[in-house]
Structures are given as structure tokens and as C-alpha cells.
Design a protein around this ligand. Structure first.
Ligand code: AMP
Ligand code: ZN
Length: 134
């Protein structure tokens, strides 16, 4: 709780801090429950509430960044952490046949939650439906 209060006091620059109206910031803060499967100092991973594959988790930074489009050089460490964590999570979830890593970026391209996130999808059925248009 103390850490959460300290975090709330952080100056909110364009790519930092807690956005009260952001669903994923509220999940990070524990205000909205999520079925977590991964956590480190920068990221959390949790099951998507409306899965499009037998395994469908979301990997998000704890820090608010609106989308991949809004990331730049100053986010290098965070981008690296997300890319490194994706296969760690895939292995943890048993996706030895492979997985899809998707970052819908911008409303026109399917982004509905404006807090950057990777979809990790796998264990597709034999129908070949991979959940998203290729
Ligand atoms: P996108 O459409 O790429 O922005 O992805 C947002 C994802 O967040 C969708 O796949 C939603 O099903 C998922 N989602 C929305 N609300 C929640 C929630 N409360 N817990 C987990 N996943 C959620
Ligand atoms: Zn956010």
C-alpha cells in the first residue's frame, strides 16, 4: 500500500505514472482483479478476460505508456524487458508449439485499451483459427 501511494505521487509525464481512467493501470494497482501469471519489477502478465485462443495472456508494463507508437528511445529498457519476458511467459504456459505475439497499436488497428500490451496467444486448435486476422 505504501509503495502504491508513493507511486501515485510520482510526476505523471507523458509516459509515466498512474492514469486513473486506464483499465490496465487499475489492474496494476490491484483496483481491478486479474488472473496474474507473471510479475517482475517492470511488468505483469495476466489472462485475457475474453480469450481468443486456449492460451491468451496479456503482458503489460506497470508504467503507463499508451501504445507502442508512443514508445521511443527513453523506453528502450522497457521494450527489451517486454520482449525478453514474452518467451519466458510462453515457456511457463507450455507453448512449446509456438505462439503469436501481437501488439494492436491505435484504434484503427484494433487497440481498445490504451496502455501498451502484448497479446501472447497459443495452443490453437486444429481448425487453424489463430484468433486474429493474419
Ligand atoms: P486490444 O484490443 O489489443 O487493446 O486488447 C485489449 C484486451 O484486453 C482485449 O483482448 C480484452 O479482452 C482484454 N481485456 C479487457 N478488459 C480486461 C480485464 N478486465 N482483464 C483482462 N483482460 C481484459
Ligand atoms: Zn495505463
Amino acid at each position: 500500500m505504501r509503495a502504491y501511494r508513493a507511486w501515485l505521487k510520482k510526476p505523471a509525464g507523458p509516459n509515466r505514472g498512474f492514469m486513473t481512467n486506464c483499465l490496465f493501470c487499475r489492474i496494476v494497482a490491484g483496483e481491478i482483479p486479474a488472473n496474474k501469471v507473471y510479475e517482475d519489477n517492470q511488468l505483469i502478465g495476466f489472462w485475457d478476460i475474453a480469450p481468443k485462443a486456449p492460451v491468451h495472456v496479456l503482458l503489460i508494463p506497470k508504467q503507463h505508456v499508451s501504445s507502442l507508437y508512443h514508445m521511443d528511445d527513453s523506453n528502450q529498457g522497457l521494450i527489451q524487458a517486454m520482449i525478453v519476458a514474452a518467451p519466458v511467459l510462453a515457456k511457463q504456459l507450455g507453448l512449446s508449439d509456438g505462439f503469436r505475439l501481437i501488439a494492436n497499436t491505435g484504434e484503427a488497428c484494433g487497440q481498445t485499451v490504451h496502455h501498451v500490451h502484448f497479446h501472447i496467444l497459443g495452443n490453437f486448435t486444429d481448425s487453424g483459427d489463430t484468433g486474429f486476422p493474419a
